[in-house]
Design a protein around this ligand. Sequence first.
Ligand code: NAD
Length: 296
Amino acid sequence: MTARIIDGKAFAADVRARVATRVASLREEQGITPGLAVVLVGEDPASQVYVRAKGKQTVEVGMESFEHRLPADTDEATLLALIGRLNADPRVHGILVQLPLPGHLDSDLVINAIDPAKDVDGFHISNVGLLGTGQKAMVPCTPLGCLMLLRDLHGSLSGMNAVVIGRSNIVGKPMAQLLLGDSATVTVAHSRTRDLPEVVRRADIVVAAVGRPEMVRGEWIRPGATVIDVGINRIDRGGKTVLVGDVHYDSAAAVAGAITPVPGGVGPMTIACLLANTLTACCRANGLPEPEGLTA
Ligand code: NAD
């Protein structure tokens, strides 16, 4: 069997097109333009690339983009004051503080200073609690993107066995909550899990969010299972830097029913879901119906 390749790039483009359509109608019918503020502290090169991409895509779907670049030695009070202004600014519906922050800043404190209704990354403790109790939350973008791909593929996830590898607050834990919300039977595996291959073999759905290049092997995958590879790892192969996931693609694709490639799978979904979350936040802030198919 050769797996169906899940085209995250095309799906993300479709999400952005749906966001853009609703943004246009918000502007025409309500005179509202959704706005996303991105705050970058310091000059981490990877973060600069992400922030640039976010700003570009925000403008492309017709939203307003507000970029705030602060020097690496910005103190906590200055950053909190900026967040306070963005919380109060009615043109700003979403606020994202690019992580990681420089070491002298307490990221939990900073994230929890964001108005939860504008917390489009879904990292505020209120949103974590809302998601965990099955209430309306802002949901972290990467797991939301994975959920959209899974729903598109399977329709209902009810009763399916899902194994999430990784228990981070950014991917693993919210992914598990979303799968539970869709009535999957969820196992969360992590660095201390005993006999991981055996655990993975039980899964109809495997979500790998580990950060270890090609760790999950084809022999671990139940024939026909769906494999969602969140990992983004840069490795040296024959003197060239290449991007690989947490799943060994060739061996897994030989047994899986469907699989996301790296790159071009989960990656493009993350920013698309950030835009979807900003639109959702804008609709909620204005008491308007939420965009269909773009929320958890
Ligand atoms: P993290 O380092 O915070 O968490 C990794 C998790 O993997 C931990 O919970 C740990 O217990 C588990 N783990 C580590 N070694 C293990 C092992 N040998 N067996 C089983 N579990 C093990 O990482 P993260 O932030 O969740 O990111 C995971 C991966 O996803 C990284 O490669 C990251 O680059 C990628 N990522 C991609 C996107 C995207 O947009 N596609 C977004 C976020 C993260």
